[in-house]
Write a protein that binds this ligand. Sequence first.
Ligand code: ADP
Ligand code: MG
Length: 360
Amino acid sequence: MRHNIVELKHISKSWGSVKALNTVNLDVRKGEILTLLGPSGCGKSTLMRITAGFETPTSGTVVIAGQDVTQMPPEKRPVNMVFQRYALFPHLDVFDNVAFGLRLKGLPKAEINAQVSAMLKLVQLESLSGRWINEISGGESQRVALARALVNRPSVLLLDEPLAALDLKIRHIMLEELKRIHTETGTTFIYVTHDQDEAMILSDRVVLMNKGAIEQIGTPDEMYGAPKTLFCAKFFGETNILGGHVKSADAKGAVLNLPIGEIEAPVGGLRSGSDIHVSLRPEAASLTEARAGKPGRHDAVPGIVEDVVFIGSRVVYKVRHASGTVLKCQEPRTAAGIRFGVGSHVSLQYDPAAIVVLSG
Ligand code: ADP
Ligand code: MG
């Protein structure tokens, strides 16, 4: 059995002087939810449209299910696309919108009825089957768009920011729904978003894009916990980024010279004297009270609490080091409540495994 359902090879795309994609190589595994994530304008939609066949690449090859489809028109490819704007037919009801593709294929009426009913059940819209498109909500419209795409049984479903027009609460419900529908159909999903939370919730793997190229590919956990570049570290969740240099290094670890002092990191392969950035996640430090005359561990970072923000289950402290650097630290709220007030002297102990060194 083939492992990759889609293979994008050396894909570049330019319009005049605008280079939208620059030598993108990407394999999509059969059955996964893969997310293309990145800021507006980085080339996500262009890559999707090339995969779907709405654009041809300036150079490179698109292979779907083992076949070179680079020159094949969209309707011949085993893919379907769902857009941010649902593009439903306003003069048809919900049922007929979903049935449209099957009628074009000339399937028998009984077959169409059975397949459309099954799809409306899958997206939980059976009761709205006879409604007009202008009589349903945004979330319901997007379910119709999903059903209309999935009824064609595509090998790959392409979803380009399908939830962007919906409000936050409906978006979260729809994300859960998309996961369920993915599990029930087993279809490969390629999902585009600029929202890292959506990508984290939904994806088996995330492809982070930056200026027309792939920055990093990994599971949500890898992207969050082991970013390789500054861009990736900043894109996923909150973090403290500090610039510094490598004081000394060997194969197993390094001593890093940072504004908050020297820190040992169990990261091999760094070059002594080189400039680096470090990402310290807010949850990577444990806070203890700093007592006068009791210096604590040599690698602890001393500071003064400057601000305390209570966010339900979490407490976020902003701690100012003597150098002026402010570090965000976060811990779960315990039964004891908020442990430190503004002005408290604290000591931050970073978990060495959570110190992420980024080159450059
Ligand atoms: P994203 O979906 O990540 O926001 P796009 O793929 O839509 O980004 O666009 C990538 C780049 O290509 C942008 O600079 C955009 O302006 C440009 N672009 C997209 N489509 C066209 C087009 N038809 N003609 C010219 N430039 C385009
Ligand atoms: Mg786009």
